[in-house]
Design a protein around this ligand. Structure first.
Ligand code: UDP
Ligand code: MG
Length: 317
């Protein structure tokens, strides 16, 4: 099979029929063998009825999954990825903001130019400027710095993947924003970008508010940390902890020496117990110990992790 299109959706009943027709038109004109995987993320409108109807119409090509409740876009993508059979996997939003007409070029970039992943770039965006476009620019600039992947629109819903990529990464929580980073960390480094058409949302409402940016930043930090120290937490906690402990210990020695010096020479000096530097120094030693211990605990947890020896083997002769 050439292409699997994965469509996560949550309350998009009005858009689905036109999206389906448009997709089928594109697939048939280009002669692809394909499947459409609709993942209904616990919709409360009649999206599922629409999908059921489509599935009856074309049982060969429409595959439908329905969650019992709303789990989020990442969960929907994850299940879609697991179900996908096509050599090239395309993800797109269900709200008609992404255009199916982009699929042939995305397909070509994966199959002929050898990309592992091609991300859409909504160069001209039809969303609210203040709440989406501007914060998104800032978000993408940060993401580029942290991940080292030069994409303008990391969180674009329209993306194409080589099948091997989606079968070897695990999207969960709200990590759908960073799939290119997940792919890069898994060793799929040929990541490209294609300017795509973007359209105004005609039906329904956007499902993500401004908190996407707060959550997005925190998730980015998590991924960065996991990628850097996830397999060896001691390298982070041990280093920071040891440094803090040493600085604290040196400070205690200095403070105590000054006190002894004062005592020996009969100079008036304050009690160690009332000296703020003494307390700060002791605090640093204690915190240093705790960080060090956190590193040890991290190492113990990793020893038990199921995935500690999971490596992706590219080739074997
Ligand atoms: N979506 C989903 N589960 C959710 C929220 C959103 O499956 O909990 C789907 C939604 O139906 C749409 C896509 O994810 O197909 C992108 O959502 P939306 O258009 O609201 O995001 P925006 O375009 O505003 O960034
Ligand atoms: Mg949208």
């Amino acid at each position: 099979m050439d292409i699997s299109v994965i469509i996560p959706l949550y309350n998009e009943q009005e858009s689905l029929p036109s999206l389906y027709e448009w997709l089928v038109r594109v697939m048939q004109t280009n002669g692809y063998s394909y499947e459409l995987v609709f993942v209904d993320d616990g919709s409360t409108d009649s999206s599922w009825d629409v999908i059921t109807r489509l599935q009856h119409q074309a049982p060969e090509t429409v595959h439908a999954i329905r969650f019992r409740r709303n789990y989020g876009k990442s969960a929907a993508l994850h299940c879609g990825f697991q179900a996908a059979n096509g050599d090239v996997v395309i993800t797109m939003d269900a709200d008609l903001q992404d255009s199916p007409d982009e699929i042939p070029e995305l397909y070509r970039m994966i199959t002929q130019e050898g990309y592992d992943l091609v991300s859409g770039w909504k160069k001209k965006r039809y969303d609210n400027t203040l709440t989406k476009n501007l914060p998104s620019k800032l978000f993408n600039a940060t993401a580029r710095r942290v991940t080292g992947i030069q994409l303008h629109d990391m969180n674009c819903g329209l993306k194409a993947y080589r099948k091997e990529v989606v079968k070897n990464i695990e999207v969960f929580s709200e990590m759908h924003r960073y799939i290119p980073y997940l792919a890069k960390n898994a060793g799929f480094t040929k990541i490209g970008e294609k300017v795509v058409q973007h359209r105004k949302r005609e039906y329904g409402v956007s499902k993500f508010g401004l908190n996407r940016f707060v959550n997005g930043y925190l998730d980015l930090m998590t991924l960065w940390f996991l990628n850097r120290f996830g397999k060896q937490p001691m390298h982070f906690f041990g280093l920071v902890g040891s440094l803090m402990f040493m600085i604290g210990m040196i400070a205690v020695i200095v403070v105590a020496a000054m006190k002894l010096h004062a005592l020996a020479n009969g100079i008036h000096a304050m009690l160690l117990g009332t000296n703020p530097y003494f307390h700060i120094a002791i605090l640093m030693m204690v915190l240093g110990c705790m960080l060090f211990l956190a590193g040890f605990l991290g190492e113990l947890i990793i020893r038990n992790s199921q995935t500690r020896n999971d490596y992706l083997i590219r080739e074997q002769l």
